[in-house]
Design a protein around this ligand. Sequence first.
Ligand SMILES: N[C@@H](CCC[C@H](N)C(=O)O)C(=O)O
Length: 258
Amino acid sequence: MNYTFFKYQGTGNDFVMIDNRDKSFPKDNAKLVKHFCDRRFGIGADGLILLEDDEASDFRMIYFNADGNPGSMCGNGGRCAVAFANFLGIIKDKTTFMAVDGLHQAEINKSQVRLYMQDVSEIREKPQAVFLDTGSPHHIQLVEGLEDFDVFKEGQRLRYTIYGESGSNINFVEQQSKDVFAVRTYERGVEDETLSCGTGVTAVALAMHKSGKTKNNQVTVKTRGGDLHVAFVNGGGTYTSIYLEGPAEQVYKGQISW
Ligand SMILES: N[C@@H](CCC[C@H](N)C(=O)O)C(=O)O
């Protein structure tokens, strides 16, 4: 069987994107998803996204991690799915779409995509870290010397030791100014550092606000793949109107057989 795919990236977090409105993709074939994401034997990506029709919204995004398993919410993937829906002519400049954590609103202006995230009310502050769920689970830890930090080794250790079987994504953060933070993320399901993680960047912004590192409700987060912007409203202990904004671009189109 031949599959037509598109490759997208959002600040270097890259995805195989497939238009599955005809429902022809075998969603339960984890081996195939893993093969498509393989950087040596397949196409190569941090994850695979299917775009499908949805009864209640413009489209449905179905996300798989590079290991072939269904993932939790992917922020950069969501932004890329909006760019793909726009490319396919399904949406114009505004959309509401369905993802694994519920409905999301988004806006697209050229290659910039603003994605609204679910409200966050539970943020656990630990002695050395903060844990929260922005659609995906995130451990946030401040470090010194982020550039030289061993993200793979320490991320893998924390992912398996603290968070058990289900695990967590692990983010290491360094503050650069009052509202600018640099982050590097070890991603669960990719089991490696990625160049950017959208739900992680969102989690960093909320965690830094919650712990008093910034008083601003608009934060720039620098990843190895580029800058993302997060804004939110904070009232009564709940973060609402949270959005993640940055570039999402098509890289190329191809065909692969299986
Ligand atoms: N890269 C993603 C995060 C994807 C989810 C994650 N790997 C998981 O299932 O835990 C993002 O941009 O948010």
